[in-house]
Design a protein. Sequence first.
Length: 244
Amino acid sequence: MIRLLPRRSIAVAAACSLLALAACSQQDQNAATQADAAKAQAQAEANEANSQLQSYRQMLQAKNDEMAAELGQDILQHFPNSPAAKEVQQSLPDVQQRWKETSEKRRLAALWTYQVGPMEGGTQSTASLYTTRPSGDRAVRLVLRRHTQWGQSVFLFGNGHGFVCKGNCTIQAQFDGKPHPLRAFLPTTGEPAIFIRDDKPFIEALSKTRRMVMDVELQDGGKQELVFETGGYDSSKWTEVGKK
């Protein structure tokens, strides 16, 4: 004997079936929408990566290592699995190395100051830089000087009451880690300075040296190690002056 369902039950079952179909259809639509969105995002990222890659190539062609290094690093960071990143990886290490070396050269060059002006009845031309250590108020200045009346000289100029040196003394120094003692003397006029006696050999050695370390004794502070980063010296910027 076949049992027939009440009409209400049949209607409920049919409604449930329709709801289930609607839910499945909605899920399919959501999945398709998400897939389309993911595809669109992937395409947008690919376009952006390619756009930055074109800029990177242009900076390489223009030999602008600073901008090329920045763009290349940005591509690797934001699009690590892209073809653009794969291309950048081939050249970026060399670009970064060149930019690092260029930055260091600029930093060292910026430590030097070159000036020309009147000085006690003549004209003075100087090239100078301060110690890397000590710094601040305790920094000591290395000065290369040309004067129309006094000629050429090299000296250290500090603060306070100057340096300790009896007669002709020796400054124990190292040029790029190699011992290089310097003969020195104090000025008779009382400035807080100490002069290097052999100025010509000193300047010649300076042009080949990146780092000088000098051990001096200060009247106000005992022994002091002076560190000069000299690698940015440019002899062409130290102006010649004629004799008066």
